[in-house]
Write a protein that binds this ligand. Sequence first.
Ligand code: ZN
Length: 239
Amino acid sequence: MGSLPFPLVLRDDAFAPPEGLHTYYVLAANGLFLERHTPLFSVSVPAPSGVPGLHDHAPGLRLRLPRVPAVLVERAVGFFRAVWERWEGEGILLLFYAPSLGRFALGAPPQVLTGRIEHGCFRAEMHLDYLPCPAPAADYLCVGTMHSHGAWAAGHSAIDQHDEEYEAGLHVTVGHVTRPRPSFVASFVVGGSRFPLDPATVLGRFERARRPLDPWFDQIVLRPRDGAAPAAARDGGRR
Ligand SMILES: [Zn+2]
């Protein structure tokens, strides 16, 4: 701090404008500001280019999470494929990890598919609302999500409205769910910053879709836009 050409002060509870200084920087909850006081004006302005005399700092990520086992990836794809084939909808699963056990688990959160009734069948829009779900056991932490883009590419940004909902963690999107080789996009998101990842570095190698767990489907609610009552997926909506 002593080597800075202009002092940097924190805008904390103890903050008071430094006496006798004509130029200094203020680090506040809402960013960095430059303060200047001259005989003719006093001004406080945002200082987006930083503090003179400090070094640059770069964003970075070092992930110490093991790869998600292929069997879980394959079961997730089985779930996403079924949701697409039944309702042309997206699905989402939460990814849990127990550091003490070195084990992953998937859980289906309560999720609502909004759509319309066509010829007596529910057809989802590419939109999904979901709520958190409890971890499968005490040692497990929620470390991310996996969700699907149906028959579209995993990286299809026009249909991805989930970015702003992401908690800190690993977020995987699965596309082309009916193909033998679905597409995967992975990123790690923290505080609104996104680190794109090579899916092969975080996911086991997909070979074939596996049967999803039946209770996952109990978490799906179908909500028609035409005013019909929402229905639990298990009560109907199949082709
Ligand atoms: Zn999406």
